[in-house]
Ligand binder design. Sequence first.
Ligand SMILES: *Cc1c(COP(=O)(O)O)cnc(C)c1O
Length: 425
Amino acid sequence: MSDRAPGFSTLAIHAGAAPDAATGARATPIYQTTSFVFDDVDHAASLFGLQAFGNIYTRIGNPTNAVLEERVAALEGGTAALAVASGHAAEFLSFHALLQPGDEFVAARKLYGGSINQFNHSYKSFGWNVIWADSDDVESFARAVTPKTKAIFIESIANPGGVVVDIAAISAIARKHNIPLIVDNTMATPYLLRPFEHGADIVVHSATKFLGGHGNSIGGLIVDGGSFNWVGDDRYPMLSKPRPEYNGMVLGETFGNFAFAIATRVLGLRDLGPALSPFNAFMLLTGIETLPLRMQRHCDSAQKVAEHLAKHPAVEWVSYPGLPGDKYHELAKRYVPKGAGSVFTFGLKGGYDAGVKLVSNLKLFSHLANIGDTRSLVIHPASTTHRQLTDEQKAASGAGPQVVRLSIGLEDVEDLVADLDQALA
Ligand SMILES: *Cc1c(COP(=O)(O)O)cnc(C)c1O
């Protein structure tokens, strides 16, 4: 082995994995077991007391999931990660470690529709209050911060497509107020953008999308950047106060720069329970092995489709940051130089009815509520994912009546262009 630090593609295949110690299996085995036998009583006691790392019960940790955790932590450049049942579970457990009832967090208004619902409704019942800000107006984040603010939440490339966020500028506001910045990096993946390099403290993923990449498994990840100092900070009692269930241990002191990953596991996942099945961890790991190849192809094809649509007479506008002249083109050059992702929106001259019609005329594109599949996908957000929102919220989150969202897959790009042309005709 050379001294060279492994590159991204090498990490995507090898990080966290080794031939199985018991069998020599080269692919990571699916450890489909609920529980693990202790060596002896002392071993059991030290595992339960967090004095030793090891396997107890698959709700709290599993060897297949551990490989996934180590791999994604390596790809993001974080200190540790936690695999959970879905992207929403990753968001939920992250906030659970930071917020008390009555606390606030500031979130960008342009987000995945499900996150908007989660924040506006379910989180309210926990007494967690979202304050919305506008990622196009960085100062709106500063204005939204109050003494109750415990976190800032943004997406790196924002849903429903085509918005590149100035992470470093928002991080500067978070740092000034000493609040952790959580970045949902689902749309970019660490292949295109690594939020920790721009000042994020915590990264969350819906691995359901590009990380898994094949539209077959739901999963999520929380990645700890190791940058936030929780020690002695009374605003974050889960990390800074003695934990009665662990003999008075202070997680921030004991686990230092990976304490957040530990807290989300030993308090959040243990008590709230959204564990990832080892089978899904295996599927996600297999997907990640080809992440660099897939993401580049997704981006290259999206760029071509966006260029084609921008010239089409039925199309009013295309919002893809890879297009010169796009509002986010300069930010895209800075943050995602390899490509601006595969998900973008465009506006039809014919409005709501034209959107509904296009979706029914397409043959190769599948009409469904997902992104980041090998298959190309289409959705009309106003009639589906964003329909629960008021007209105002729809427009504010980029899902007006004429808007169609595409997630460009890995088919031949000529076939995708031909399908769009016939459907628009
Ligand atoms: C899909 C998605 C989520 C939610 O993830 P699930 O795996 O569906 O729970 C969160 N954020 C973004 C950006 C997403 O695209």
